[in-house]
Write a protein that binds this ligand. Structure first.
Ligand code: SAM
Ligand code: SF4
Length: 497
């Protein structure tokens, strides 16, 4: 499907001027810098001809300017898209640099210690900005975790707001404008999901949609239940309404998000199951690809695989974090499944009528992880043959049960295990990719290299492919690509008709 060209151009123009990201393969992943103003008008976001109809009395910039920087996962990125939409709809204008902003916001991540440290070092860089009259705010997981202590560590911060309180942001900003020195939004005991009238989406083709917030699982290493609060599912009719709007705006791919997306529990009388929601989203006219992440193994049921088999628009990719290949370690992690139970879920996908790409997350060096248990994780990689994985060294986090577990593994040993695991996975991926040479895939083109005639995009199974084409404009289109070569992290190919 070709996007309407005016719409495509307006999306390209709306894209933030970020330095191009260089992938390992040397191809620019995203080349959307069209040299146009960074600010985006609400008309474009809402598809309306005049936003005064949607937000009476709002003028862009009347409340000031904001700069928003995001650290962390896809859910944080998407929260930032919603925070930006919320502020735009209240008359703030988004700017590209902290220097140009009256309000500087950091949406933060605390999943691992390093991520949290990065936030404080960034805050340090903006210490002097407060004296220039700027408001500095911390949002997200570090905000929730550290709470008012942030004011002690970084007294130049005046706003601290966790993700469960984002809808209160305009009120909090109004309090600061009326003279309050410091405001906080730290409640997590809410049924509310963060729905906004406007979301300022950064990706012009793939739209992210949070369908479930928070987490009710209690993995012993994880801060998410503390920082994002209890599980809250969004009403299915509201999700479907937004998907229809997105399709009207020209988005053809949607990705449903949640820490445990497949634990979705529709709060409406329809009581849609997650698999039914996937099918309903896929049926929306104009939607061509439906993705979802992250799935929790315990809630991964056969009807999800059946939905993937039945509806080709539901992408043949499942991200199913295992964390460890040892049942004893999984118990210590409070992961609610054993190695064998996890492998049953994999087997369910392997017998599906449509091949399904499977990816995972792994933690190495959990307290007490013996060498033999780490080797069980390596043997799990051999057995499952993942298409790719994210691997992390265990990082002790505040408030989590594993913090007080004995037998911690040295940093050196964690690094060694991580390197061994990554080497093993690289071999698996290289061999898997080589077997794909000669195959043909549908690719949604999302990147253009600076090298002439070179493009990149993703297959439905979320494999990145760099390819050559003589076409002049392909961004946002779906094309057929034949695989001509393979590396561990991506495929190389050529455009075929
Ligand atoms: N909800 C998802 C699940 O159940 O697997 C994971 C969400 S978490 C934001 C993403 C990944 O971060 C996890 O899968 C885990 O591998 C990693 N992670 C979480 N806490 C960690 C910790 N304390 N140390 C190292 N890695 C961690
Ligand atoms: Fe964290 Fe476990 Fe919830 Fe995932 S399922 S967010 S790892 S507590």
């Amino acid at each position: 499907m070709l996007l309407n060209s005016t719409l495509l151009q307006s999306r390209l123009n709306s894209k933030r001027k970020a330095p191009p990201r260089q992938s390992k393969a040397g191809v620019i992943n995203c080349d959307l810098d069209m040299g146009k103003p960074f600010d985006i008008e609400l008309e474009r976001l809402t598809g309306k001809t005049s936003y005064t109809d949607v937000f009476p009395g709002v003028t862009t910039g009347q409340r000031g300017t904001f700069f928003l920087e995001t650290f962390g996962c896809q859910m944080n990125d998407h929260d930032s898209e919603k925070v930006a939409g919320l502020l735009l709809s209240r008359g703030y204008q988004q700017v590209e640099t902290p220097e140009a902003a009256s309000l500087i916001l950091y949406n933060t991540c605390s999943i691992r210690e390093k991520a949290a440290q990065k936030v404080f070092s960034r805050l340090g860089e903006y210490r002097e900005k407060q004296s220039e009259g700027k408001i500095i705010g911390v949002l997200g997981c570090v905000a929730q975790q550290e709470g008012e202590d942030i004011f002690k560590r970084a007294p130049w911060v005046s706003l601290v707001c966790g993700s469960a309180s984002y809808s209160k942001l305009p009120g909090m900003l109004a309090q600061l404008e009326s003279g309050n020195q410091r405001v906080t939004g730290l409640d997590t005991d809410t049924d509310e999901t963060f729905e906004t009238e406007v979301t300022r989406r950064d990706n012009p083709w793939r739209a992210y949609l949070t369908i479930i917030e928070g987490c009710d699982k209690a993995c012993s290493y994880c801060v998410v239940p503390f920082t994002r609060g209890p599980e809250r599912s969004r009403a299915s009719d509201s999700i479907l309404r937004e998907v229809r709007q997105l399709a009207e705006l020209g988005y053809s791919e949607v990705q449903l998000l949640g820490q445990t997306v497949n634990s979705y529990a529709d709060p409406t009388p329809r009581r849609m199951r997650f698999s039914e929601l996937l099918l309903a989203v896929a049926e929306v006219r104009g939607i061509r690809r439906v993705r979802f992440t992250t799935s929790h193994p315990s809630d991964f049921t056969p009807d999800i695989v059946e939905a993937i088999e039945r509806q080709p628009k539901i992408c043949d990719h499942v991200h199913l974090p295992v964390q460890s290949g040892s049942t004893r370690v999984l118990r210590a992690m409070q992961r609610t499944y054993s190695r064998e139970e996890y492998l049953e879920k994999i087997a369910m996908m392997r017998v599906a009528s449509r091949p399904i790409g499977i990816t995972t997350d792994i933690i190495v060096g959990f307290p007490g992880e013996k060498e033999s248990e780490f080797e069980e994780t390596l043997s799990l990689l051999d057995e499952v043959q993942y298409d790719s994985l994210y691997a992390f060294k265990y990082s002790p986090r505040p408030n989590t049960p594993s913090l007080s577990m004995s037998d911690s593994i040295s940093e050196e040993e964690k690094s060694r295990r991580l390197a061994v695991l990554q080497d093993r996975q690289r071999e698996i991926q290289t061999a898997k990719h080589e077997r794909l040479v000669g195959d043909r895939f549908e690719v949604l083109v999302s990147g253009k290299s600076r090298r002439e005639n070179q493009w990149s995009g993703y297959t439905t199974s979320h494999r990145m492919i760099n390819f050559a084409s003589q076409e002049r404009e392909l961004l946002g289109t779906y094309v057929q690509v034949r695989v001509m070569g393979a590396g561990p992290n991506s495929l190389m190919g050529e455009h075929v008709t």
